[in-house]
Design a protein around this ligand. Sequence first.
Ligand code: EPZ
Length: 415
Amino acid sequence: MSSYIIEGGNKLQGETYVSGSKNASLPIMAATVLNKGISKLYNVPEIHDTQMMIEILKNLGCKVIKRSNKIVIDTSNVKNFEIPENLMHEMRSSVILAGAILGRYKKAVFSYPGGCDIGARPIDLHLKGFEKLGIATEKNYGKIICKADEITAAEINLDFPSVGATENCILAAVLAEGTTKIINAAMEPEIVDLQNFLNRMGAKIEGAGSNIIKIEGVKKLNSVSYNIMPDRIEAGTLLCSAAITGGNITLKKANAKDIAPVLDKLSETGCVIQLEADSINLKAPKRLKSVNIRTMPYPGFPTDMQSIIAANMCIASGTSIIAENIFENRFKYTGELQKMGAKIRIAGNTAIIKGIRKLYASRVIATDLRGGASLVLAGLAAKGKTQIDNVGYILRGYEKLDKKLNSLGAKMELK
Ligand code: EPZ
């Protein structure tokens, strides 16, 4: 597995840009299956997860051409309705294809995605939503066989505002008879992007971004082009890299409103933030102040930024309390930060971080995507050479992270 070698201690300065959103690209790539035709997607990040989604689409019978951040998907000859088990386990978010395949073909076979590095990741809410839409879900030997004679509109109450379950119910309902209503829907910006893409194709969806989404079924969709929204978690990660190194950076192609809770918290730590039309400037204080964080569904503080801001709090003045309310196992990275001298104690779903003056360069292992990003930031702050192993996790979700950070004055090498 590859590693990052980081020579830390430099203040990050200058300007870089935010790539397209991983978590908007994946459901939108899946949504192309609903239309029998060609979709052109721009600003798709070149990362492991979008490459995996391309492989799965090809496995279903799609023709996919990728040129850098542009992907052309021809779904005219989809002939397979099963998501291969190995690819499901490789990338659990491929479960999002189930809703799209069902929406168009009324049958789909997939396996339980299985847990991952941050929690059990069940899909009970996805299956409950499908069943409300008249889809029979039969489970045997780890596979889930879904089929319906007709998909009929329904009122779906989600027990929890699950992002994936909201997206899967939208996809399954786009071509259904009647108007479906999702109550207690997730409100993440990526769902607004999915709604915008689907409506561009001719769907009739309203309410994304609120907790009630209405999908009026349509008969047909058409081929479109679409530009994916910027990645709000990458934006937050890059801003935190400047905050932790006492730097001053400007992010282009960033959408500040998507990360308002993160910007608010960074201001609380003493960072000065200035917003332009599509850019964000952050100037770090001499030393960050500690803050308390509670991760919540959007528009609360995003769980995907939890480990990343935790790295910053390791060298802040004072003690920070971080409560993780979304996933049950999202503190694995703290053991690696402790190897770098961090004073972190875990009590249930809460991390108590006592700020210290400096972290120590060390050899550490990425435990998951965002936990790995947290180690990168710690390595940037620690004087000396930090080696991070297992960076395949990080390459899943960040496009050219080393190149972007090096353009800001970091000394980081992928080996
Ligand atoms: C999406 O995952 C994101 N992934 C995650 O980002 C993100 O952390 C998460 O939403 C929350 O914002 C993609 O969009 C590809 P959920 P998802 O369903 O859809 C429970 C990253 O780092 N739940 O909102 O899987 C679940 O266990 C990734 O980019 C059920 O109980 O998240 C969790 O505790 C990590 N039953 C909570 O809901 C279900 O059927 C939130 O999960 C579904 C979910």
